[in-house]
Design a binder for this molecule. Structure first.
Ligand code: PGA
Length: 265
């Protein structure tokens, strides 16, 4: 059994001072909290180093929101995987819908970044998801299959084990996003699991698939109860620490209950 993965991407929010205050309090809260939850935070670039200084002696994993695929070069404004590794970053979030929509990040570019992340021992967290139009045209499965295949068909199966997938339907993300029905999320996760098995064989059974998109303290557990949902990737509802703590407490209770039920059956 994988741990339940719970993480938050802060996007372009939080100053260094805010990031440090939040992380210090989260670290204290999460100490000895649960060995069944893998917690990760993904601050903006300027906060990565100060936040790393805080989380380095904790179990909280640190991620970055993007990176270039080259180690170095004349790429003004880009971030090298080597430099991220140097400050202790462990996870690289790639292909978030906002990167795809505003910065023309394609599956081909994503593939190069995944390869580079793996080369440097950084864990790629790959975001995939369909747009509202694609969903309305019943193209969800095709879109997700293309997104997964472009990346997974070209990487070694043993490398595939390092990847985390976040299914984030683009119509469910952010302010104005529609809250997805857990039933729909379960269906799509089932389809993603089948696709991963089709592409990777046995390994496809173990690649974690998180769900993200307007997750909050009311719907977190209904989503986690869905088959093949391995964790939650949260934006707005985790930026306020009290709200994130509320979600984490619910997840802890949920995992403890699930363990008890499994040990009885
Ligand atoms: P949201 O963001 O939880 O605020 O919808 C999710 C995301 O962008 O990953």
């Amino acid at each position: 059994m994988h741990k339940i993965l719970i993480g938050t991407n802060w996007k372009m929010y939080k100053s260094i001072a805010e990031a440090k205050e939040y992380t210090t309090a989260l670290k204290a809260f999460f100490e000895n909290f649960s060995t069944d939850i893998e917690l990760f935070i993904i601050p903006s670039f300027t906060s990565l180093h100060p936040v790393q200084e805080i989380v380095k002696d904790s179990t909280i994993l640190l991620g970055a929101q993007n990176m270039h695929w080259q180690d170095e070069g004349a790429y003004t404004g880009e971030i090298s995987p080597v430099h991220l590794k140097e400050i202790g970053v462990q996870i690289i979030e790639l292909g978030h819908s906002e990167r795809r929509e505003y910065f023309n990040e394609t599956d081909e570019i994503l593939y190069k970044k995944v390869k580079a992340a793996l080369k440097h021992g950084l864990k790629p967290l790959i975001c995939i998801g369909e747009t509202r139009e694609e969903k309305e045209l019943f193209l969800t499965k095709e879109v997700l299959a293309t997104q997964l295949k472009t990346i997974f068909q070209k990487i070694e199966v043993h490398d595939a084990q390092q990847l985390w997938i976040a299914y984030e339907p683009r119509w469910a993300i952010g302010e104005g996003g529609k809250v997805a029905e857990p039933k729909y999320i379960e269906e799509v996760h089932e389809c993603l699991r089948d696709l991963l098995i089709e592409i990777l064989g046995e390994v496809g059974k173990t690649v974690p698939i998180l769900f993200g998109g307007s997750v909050n303290s009311k719907n977190a557990i209904p989503y986690l109860k869905c088959k093949h949902v391995s964790g939650l990737f949260i934006g707005r509802a985790a930026w306020d620490l009290d709200s994130f703590k509320d979600i984490l407490l619910q997840v802890k209770k949920f995992v403890e209950h699930r363990k008890k039920v499994r040990s009885c059956s």
